[in-house]
Design a protein around this ligand. Structure first.
Ligand SMILES: [Zn+2]
Length: 167
């Protein structure tokens, strides 16, 4: 863990690190939020203030860790499509951090299922091409089959790529 060395660094540097932390491609949002919480725990995301209750003259601590982590999380989502969808969700502003994580999680799960479906389609079309094909098939036939297979792969690949962007 980097945490111990990070504590010796100026607060502003730790905060800057938190703000810059993006989700790694392929990283589950629950892992990502755990990383952010770890970073936020040494960022003093709270303030002391005077209690505004009429009968009270004490002080209160306002902790805004959840708001900061939610903001950084939304900003740093690796999948641009998921990020746009989540930011476009009605009442995203009033969702708690946990609710936001659940929302992202469901979208990531759906995206992964779509990738699996696409791979299954691609795999089964390869199987179909290979099955029952005689060894001494004419070269012309082979070329046509190969080209058909490539076209199918091209149909399925873009969606796959869009859900696992490489930076
Ligand atoms: Zn009070």
């Amino acid at each position: 863990m980097k945490l111990l060395t990070v504590v010796n660094v100026a607060l502003s540097v730790r905060r800057a690190t938190l703000l810059q932390t993006k989700q790694d491609p392929g990283e589950h949002v629950r892992q990502y939020v755990a990383r952010l919480r770890g970073l936020a725990s040494v960022c003093q995301c709270s303030k002391m203030g005077v209690c505004t209750t009429a009968t009270c003259s004490g002080t209160v601590t306002i902790d805004y860790t959840e708001d900061i982590v939610k903001l950084v999380l939304l900003n740093g989502l690796a999948d641009e499509e998921i990020r746009k969808e989540v930011l476009g969700t009605t009442e995203i502003d009033t969702k708690t951090l946990n609710e936001t994580v659940c929302l992202v999680d469901s979208k990531e799960t759906a995206a992964r299922a779509m990738v699996t479906d696409n791979l299954r389609v691609a795999a089964s079309s390869y199987k179909k091409m290979g099955r029952g094909q005689p060894n001494q098939a004419s070269p012309r036939n082979n070329t046509r089959l190969r080209r058909a297979g490539q076209d199918e792969m091209q149909d399925t690949l873009p969606m796959w790529i869009s859900h696992s962007p490489v930076r």
